[in-house]
Design a protein around this ligand. Structure first.
Ligand SMILES: C[S@@+](CC[C@H](N)C(=O)[O-])C[C@H]1O[C@@H](n2cnc3c(N)ncnc32)[C@H](O)[C@@H]1O
Length: 327
């Protein structure tokens, strides 16, 4: 009990099962689960999660996980992400893959209200409000083609392929654009940590680069990068940069590190990227990175590199060159 109210410990998506409105099906697909909470009671589940760190946790917990699901399931549960276009696309995909019900689960901050309105215009929907959000469900029915198309990869303003949900998917990020002039003339083996759909790596791919490896956690973004960079010197690694493990040594690391996980600012992710950069560089290697101006990366750079120079700054970003990694 909390403030005199009963507090349910089960995740929001359990509400329709707990209320007896739905029965747990034999086979279920869960799109974009954030963690394993509540999944154990669902019977035979397949999980779709393309974000490597979460994918790895779910896989290690013994679940069947794929970055992109296909096939038919008795029920499909869609967990919302921050991208409305990706959510519309996932609801349309869920309707195509379910031979029964489709559940949609999200917080108010994920835009669940506007998706509920949009679906309600097309088909009957039932809904439960819980924990600053809602779960609604509908009988699987064909959704508008435009919803499916909303999540597709298309050429963006930079002329490269990207899709909603990817970082800065419509145009080149201002921070990356600021770093780009410092990437001409790179030599040897280069790593791009958090490579997204590949624009920054494409700028670094000059004639003296022997190899460039793109490390990226979002499967879909890496797939776009694969289509965008077809040079045979380019390699792609779907991985968690914070747990990069053993790699070949790199002469240069370039990065525009993430500083958000969901909606929460987490500068320690960027700090982890700096640690990993120091770990994979040769003793004479250097890191070229761009960071949002307000993020306090100077200390962590000094901790992991002998020489740190601020190359440039403006009202939004700082550019750093850090060399001679400390072992
Ligand atoms: C700020 S974006 C930069 C993308 C791209 N380099 C650019 O300049 O447009 C950071 C990228 O890091 C990826 N990312 C986030 N967490 C990650 C992790 N733990 N491991 C690897 N990549 C990660 C995000 O998916 C995103 O594509």
């Amino acid at each position: 009990m909390h403030n005199g109210k009963r507090v349910s410990r089960s995740p929001r998506f359990w509400a329709p099962f707990e209320q007896g409105a739905l029965e747990v099906p034999t086979s279920m697909l869960v799109i974009r689960p954030a963690d394993a909470q509540g999944l154990e009671g669902l019977g035979e589940v397949t999980l779709e999660q393309g974000f490597f760190p979460v994918h790895a946790i779910l896989k290690n917990a013994g679940y069947t996980v794929t970055p992109r699901a296909e096939g038919r399931f008795d029920m499909v549960l869609v967990n919302l992400t921050r991208s409305k276009a990706e959510n519309l696309c996932n609801i349309a995909r869920a309707c195509a893959m379910s031979q029964g019900m489709v559940l949609v689960n999200g917080a108010k901050t994920d835009g669940i209200e506007s998706l509920l309105k949009a679906v309600r215009k097309l088909v009957p929907v039932e809904v439960v409000s819980k924990a600053h959000g809602k779960v609604f469900w509908l009988e699987a029915a064909p959704m508008p083609d435009a919803w499916l198309a909303a999540g597709a990869m298309v050429p963006n303003k930079a002329g490269l392929l990207s899709a909603p949900g990817m970082f800065s998917y419509e145009k080149v990020d201002a921070g990356s654009a600021m770093l780009a002039p410092y990437l001409s003339g790179l030599k040897g083996c280069v790593a791009d940590l958090g490579a997204g759909w590949g624009w920054l790596a494409a700028q670094a791919l000059g004639p003296d680069v022997a190899k460039i490896v793109l490390f990226e956690a979002e499967h879909n973004a890496l797939e776009a990068a694969r289509l965008n960079l077809t040079d045979e010197r380019v390699a792609f690694v779907w991985s968690d940069v914070l747990n990069i493990g053993k790699t070949e040594p790199f002469d240069v690391v370039i990065s525009n590190p993430p500083f958000h996980q969901g909606r929460v600012a987490q500068p320690e992710i960027g700090a982890g990227f700096i640690r990993s950069a120091a770990h994979i560089l040769t003793p004479k290697g250097r890191l070229l990175m761009v960071a949002n101006r307000q993020l306090p990366y100077e200390r962590v750079l000094d901790t992991h590199f002998r020489k740190v120079t601020m190359l440039e700054q403006n009202s939004g970003f700082k550019l750093f060159e850090a060399s001679l990694p400390k072992r």
